[in-house]
Design a protein around this ligand. Sequence first.
Ligand code: MOS
Length: 768
Amino acid sequence: MMFSEFISFIDSAQDAAAKPSDAAAPPPSSIIGAAVPRVDGPFKTSGTAKYAADYNFPRMVYAVPVCATIANGKIRSMDTSAAETMPGVVLVLRHDNTRGIYRNGPGGRASENRPPLSDDTVSYWGQYVALAVAETFAQAKAAAAAVKVQYDSQKPNVNPVLDDDMPAIGAPGGPKVVSHRGDSDAAFASAPVKVDETYTTPVETHNPMEMHATVAVWNGPRVTLYETSQGVMNHHAVMSDVLGVPQENIEIISHYIGSGFGGKLFPWPHSALCAVAARQLERPVKLVVSRKMMFYDVGHRPNTQQRLRLGATPQGKLLALQQDYRNHTSELDDIRENCGEATPFLYSTANLRVSSALVRRNVGVPTPMRGPGAVPGLFALESAMDELAIKLNMDPVQLRLGLNTDTDEESNKPFSSRHLDKCLQIGSDKFGWSRRNPKVGSMRDKDGLILGWGVACASWGAYRGPSQCAVTFLPDGSARASSGTQDIGTGTYTVIAQVVSDKTGIPVDNVQVVLGESNLPPGPMSGGSTATATVMPSVVDGVNAAIKNLLAVATDTPGSPFKGKDSKDLTLTAGRIHAKDQSPDSGTPFGDIIRSAGLAGVRGEGKSGGMGAEAKNYSTHSFGAQFAEITYDPGIAQLRVTRIVSVIDGGRIINKATATNQVAGAIVMGLGMGLLEQTIYDQRDGRPVNDNFADYLVATCADAPQIDVHFLDIPDPVMGEYGARGIGEIGLAGVAPAITAAVYHATGVRVRNLPVRIEDLLTSRITA
Ligand code: MOS
């Protein structure tokens, strides 16, 4: 999904009552910005944190989908008789006996718009064609395997090369021009120095540690779905439509999530299948999507083909920039990978065109993957910039510094806070870039291996939407904050506790945070790197509302030392209520007041709007610079990424530990993108052949380089009181092109088609 679509989606999904933000720089706070350990850490390390598949209920049965073994065609016949009579089998759902699944309406976004089992067509390998439900998982698995399906099969098209004929750019049915200024064709044609290359990125499959799962429990007309969701509120809205159940009768629970990377933003068909099976059986049903099925049925990053044309002066002024890209999508939905997310504003140029086209393939529906659009887009743009620097005989850092701009030339607005130059300069210093000899294959490490050093820039949008959060002060002196958002592993529990602590003086350990339930005050999706910036102002508003109510209790309660005082003269500091003109020591712990008032707690409802009016005058983005070091052993064509220095301008950092962890994790993922990850479809039958962890390689700890993450930590004045933007996705942007630039520097081999393979390196003429 394009970042802009993401924004319009969350804007429309919730009340977008914007209110002006506080642009003043925040006062220093010991808790905001500190490396506070995750408050949910002990639950995870002790095994008490419950993930979706951990829920068990009396009379629960197990569902296993039957996956299509063709990628294009129709179901001719299906024989479920053997499966139905197997031990323990209680139900087999097919397209001709499944009732009560509807299309999703406009209130939320689903991943695959066609309801599961709604007809006899198959448009991708592994598509669910039936569902076996039995008393045990083993029985359900055996029954699913015993379902016999006959297909009328046609040859699928899973061609990874996206060269399909189509009308000219801008013509009807041709690629859509998505950004445009000046006359880029003429400027490119007459430019003295040109780069004109095509770059491709492969299909990548989301592989979060925790697989997708649903446990559905009906109680009369009410259903509870235990899910692994990056957006419980959206999941709630979608499943209400899809199941035809009023919103008040559905609850979504996602207390802990083993990450998602975008794959869990929007509900997938298994959730509805599990719920309808449970409704029909009047029994709880558990459905866990297998690792194999995760390669078919729950999205992927689509492959991209991007032609980049850069025209420049010999001095490195960018005269023209064209990015004409295509991505594959499914037969079912139009998913555009917004590869031009960062292109129009990253560098200064008067003449620009970005065009986008979709190419249909027999694959499952693509979905956002960490930094959707920008990450593959920046692989192409930043690779082309590196090639341009080489043609110009310029240092790639200097070329980029010379093209830096304080104005978003797409929107003609100033950036709210852009420090890309600082990222490049600080990164250069930390990396030791001045010691780089630009000659290919010229550098050696202490063991005599060939060293390659490369650089690339990163960018990702910044946004905050509306959010609500309730805050309650409790008689034992603790506080509770609750919001219908969720922590996908990024630290949302912790940053909410930090904000409550910052505003009340209550230690983080005494703040209970409740998330991941759709009946809580609506909070944001964990997507687009927007959750922290979005939820924080609502937490502040909730704290302020709760303090107001607490002070009213203090001045109303008989026997309270503040009885009869004007609550305007009181405040809360370090957990104590006191007169504003006296020290906190003179005051009373708030728990004492709540207890003496006989209250179970004092609650405040917090609500915050979106970006606010002033933000409309600015372009809001995060920036970064990635520096990569690789070593290359030409004798055995062995490539290692040894060091990454990442400098991120993501606004104010709220938690140094969780933020660093986000970027370090993204760097390991970027190493996987550069060297390992690629979903390969069998051209004969459309099956993803490497549909498992033995054959689909993700980077592991053993692959991880030395990682140095540095944040500029400059508050963004239009991102509210705390000035935080977001750091979940930007850490991935720029890593792969920095690696391929380093590969070129070491080997002289320019890899334009990810991932880098040993075969690519065998063409190197560099020897030890
Ligand atoms: Mo992100 S791809 O919005 O989880």
